[in-house]
Design a binder for this molecule. Structure first.
Ligand code: ZN
Ligand code: ZN
Ligand code: FE
Length: 760
């Protein structure tokens, strides 16, 4: 028998290939090409063994390379020739796990068009079924307890499929072939409505009842894909006020979920790319520019932006189908606590917040908040990596298995194995035992699903971060990484920049090597080293960290630096009501003062001088106020000074403060002053880069730190640097704020070990 035109290939596909419909896709492709053999999922990737006519095998391979399933992310494909095995059919083999391998996990995916059609179609057996999903959509990361990704290793294991679901699940030509969370009315999870004491509310149509209650102004906790939301009618002022009051959240913007993109455009401007991100399968909250005041002011007060998302689960879809347009949908947690995801906890902790709870019996194994993105300079910038995005996988050469603990606020953690870095979702501010436990749970989960045994732990230098407690409990060596070096390196890694760069780190606070609080820093750095070459002048924080909540203290500090005891004569309106003599004496005697070079604190000070009177109740509140009031067209700026002191360039802000106070004296509009302030920051940032370039001849500039969430600043500094011939790198996938830090810590620690640096 002639066999020369027959061919057998053994193919390994790595990347996100599980839970994305890869096996049925391969099956269909093999059958179409008349190939025999098998496909199998393992924790090391997807293995395919095929044989058939050479031309068919080539077609098959080309298809996999060029048109893999939409949700998959193919990282590598290896192809080997093998002796013919004379298979008789093509089959999908059972999955098996194997230690020592790396498999990527798919994030959760918003409901797909086909599933939306199923639940809207009265003829379909999943009509109005709130847990409808398929291989193209539904929960993944949040229900996975272990790998390989199979139903028994998820929180769907307790639901036994009915025969119809079973048939679909077994049929390679069905959209639900091996869709692990597949279910229906008969066999799957169910919703339930309970009151604030946990008593069941019996209604024929629960969804209709929920919508009726929402329209009455009631607050309902809704269990979603990855945690609980608190929902209320966004058009009902009383409900929104009640929610703010009960959550003790006076001004922090609330996210809304809007029925569809047409309705979104009634309230917000959305450019093309924003529309695409909103509608993508990741379904994040996108910060959009408000169009008008059609929506209540108290949803996002003193803010140009509104956080908007579209319905992303069948349950949401069904609620909106009953006739609501816009719901406030904010993560359900008690102030400062991590997101709630268990039914019992919801009843216990939300009884004083929610009037009712819409719960269900599909357990969430790993809780995840909603992701947040914004578009600046034409590109998506993720501000919070969570549902739909996490876990993040980054390909980077790593020589060690390391755990990076991340920051204290806006924490995320990261772990490495072989050439993979896994960054967790945003976890929250690790300020209480509950969040500490949550971080620990996620660390353990990552270690177990990816089979990682960290040899080293990377932590921030700050002595009072949660991680300094954590490392005491672990019997593993640790490496301390400076906060802002980690910021810059996280941006370098995401942009694949390896050579020396000028790093600008602007943020609220980070512990410096001189034990002062940094946050307006210029470095020359690479992955392993950083040299501080300049910074914003040091200012005293009267009373220490309390200034973060009480920004007026920083205003006094900035004014005192310029005017000394004369400052009484120039006090702006917002400070006249404050008792400042005590502060003055603290500053005069340098008592109870911690020095800071933070740009975040500079923003706070100027915001207060321009009329921000309250306390800061959420991070960045004063800075957001300042950006909010900015005039859009003003181009002038204030004077400043850069002095070379001990080989560091120090930005002196005295002239800026003087000129700004001068403007206030002659009643220049605060919108103009705020913009001139922003322009000044842009000016001196670029000026610093020019000075550093003259000395070091480095053209690459990396921008990182939470202050770069400020759109005017990011755009201004970026564009001006580009116009001067610099190459500028910014954050996109990894947040510029502290939840991006774990990635930087990990790579720095790896480099320190690898280079056997003295720090090791
Ligand atoms: Zn689907
Ligand atoms: Zn079923
Ligand atoms: Fe930071």
């Amino acid at each position: 028998m002639k066999i020369e035109n027959k061919n057998r290939k053994y193919i390994t596909v790595k990347g996100i290939v599980q839970g994305v419909g890869f096996r049925p896709y391969v099956y269909r492709l093999a059958v179409q090409n008349n190939l025999k053999g098998w496909v199998k999922n393992t924790s090391g990737g997807l293995y395919i063994d095929v044989e058939g006519k050479e031309v068919n095998v080539e077609n098959f391979l080309a298809e996999i390379k060029n048109n893999p399933p939409k949700l998959s992310k193919v990282a590598e494909i290896y192809v080997e020739d093998r002796e013919l095995a004379n298979y008789e059919k093509f089959e999908i083999k059972k999955s098996n796990g194997a230690e020592g391998r790396v498999t990527l996990i798919s994030p959760d995916i918003g409901i797909c068009e086909d599933c939306i059609n199923d639940i809207k179609n009265i003829e379909n057996r999943r009509y109005k079924y709130p847990f409808t999903n398929c291989t193209n959509c539904g929960p993944r990361y949040t229900i996975i307890k272990g790998l390989p990704y199979d139903r028994y290793a998820t929180s769907m294991s307790e639901f036994v499929m009915c025969s119809e679901c079973g048939n679909e699940y077994e049929n390679p030509l069905d959209r639900r072939f091996h869709a692990q969370p597949t279910a229906c009315h008969i066999c799957g999870p169910k919703i339930e409505l309970v009151d604030s004491r946990g008593n069941k509310v019996l209604r024929e149509d629960i969804i209709k009842e929920v919508v009726r209650l929402l329209k009455k102004g009631v607050i309902i906790a809704i269990k979603g894909l990855s945690g609980f939301h608190l929902a209320c009618d966004a058009k009902c002022e009383k409900a929104v006020e009640k929610l703010r009051d009960r959550k003790n959240r006076p001004t922090k913007p609330l996210a809304v979920m809007i029925k569809d993109i047409y309705t979104v455009k009634k309230y917000c401007n959305a450019i093309n790319i924003e529309e695409k991100i909103l509608g993508s399968e990741r379904k994040p909250i996108v910060l959009l520019n408000k169009k008008n005041d059609l929506l209540l002011h108290n949803i996002a007060p003193n803010n140009n932006k509104l956080g908007v998302m579209l319905p992303y689960t069948p349950l949401h879809q069904l609620i909106f189908d009953e006739g609501v347009d816009v719901l406030v949908m904010t993560s359900a947690n008690q102030s400062g606590m991590p997101i709630i995801y268990k039914n019992d906890d919801a009843v216990e902790s939300l009884k004083n917040v929610a009037d009712y709870m819409l719960i269900h019996n599909r357990d969430i194994y790993i809780p995840v908040d909603d992701s947040v993105s914004m578009v600046v300079l034409g590109e998506e910038r993720v501000l919070r990596n969570s549902r739909g995005y996490a876990p993040i996988n980054i390909n980077h050469h790593m020589s060690n298995e390391i755990l990076a603990c991340g920051s204290h606020m806006k924490n995320s953690i990261a772990l490495s194995k072989a050439d993979n870095i896994f960054v967790s979702q945003y976890i929250g501010d690790v300020e209480n035992i509950e969040t500490y436990d949550r971080v620990s749970k996620i660390i353990e989960h990552f270690k177990s699903i990816y089979y990682i045994k960290p040899e080293v732990i990377a932590v921030d230098m700050h002595p009072n971060y949660w991680s300094s407690e954590y490392i005491k409990e672990q019997n593993i060596r640790h490496i301390e990484v400076q906060h802002h070096h980690a910021h810059i390196v996280s941006c370098m890694v995401e942009n694949k920049v390896e050579d020396k760069v000028i790093g600008i780190a602007y943020d609220g606070s980070g512990y410096g090597t001189d034990r002062k609080i940094w946050g307006g820093e210029f470095f020359i750095c690479n992955y392993s080293t950083s040299e501080r070459v300049g910074h914003l002048n040091y200012l005293g924080m009267p009373g220490g960290e309390i200034v973060i909540k009480e920004p007026w203290r920083m205003a006094v500090s900035y004014l005192y630096k310029v005017y000394g005891d004369e400052l009484d004569n120039i006090l702006p309106e917002s400070l006249r009501v404050k008792e400042i003599s005590n502060l003055k004496s603290m500053l005069r005697h340098s008592m109870n003062i911690i020095d800071t070079s933070s740009v975040g604190r500079l923003f706070d000070a100027i915001a207060v001088i321009l009329g921000f009177t309250g306390e800061v109740t959420y991070e960045g509140e004063a800075a957001i106020f300042l950006e909010y009031i900015c005039d859009q067209n003003e181009t002038s700026s204030y004077d400043y000074n850069i002095q070379l002191i001990d080989d560091e360039y120090i930005i002196n802000t005295d002239n800026m403060v003087k000129e700004l106070m001068g403007d206030i004296n002659v009643n220049v509009k605060k919108e103009i002053i705020a913009r001139k302030f922003h322009n000044t920051l842009i000016d001196f940032s670029v000026h610093m880069c020019e000075l550093i370039y003259d000395k070091k001849h480095i053209k690459k500039v990396v921008l990182s730190g939470g202050v770069f969430q400020n759109q005017i600043l990011l755009t201004g500094i970026y564009e001006k640097l580009i116009s001067k011939g610099f190459e500028v790198y910014t954050h996109k996938l990894i947040p510029c704020n502290d939840s991006g830090i774990s990635l930087g810590q990990l790579v720095i620690a790896n480099e320190i070990i690898h280079k056997n640096s003295p720090l090791w």
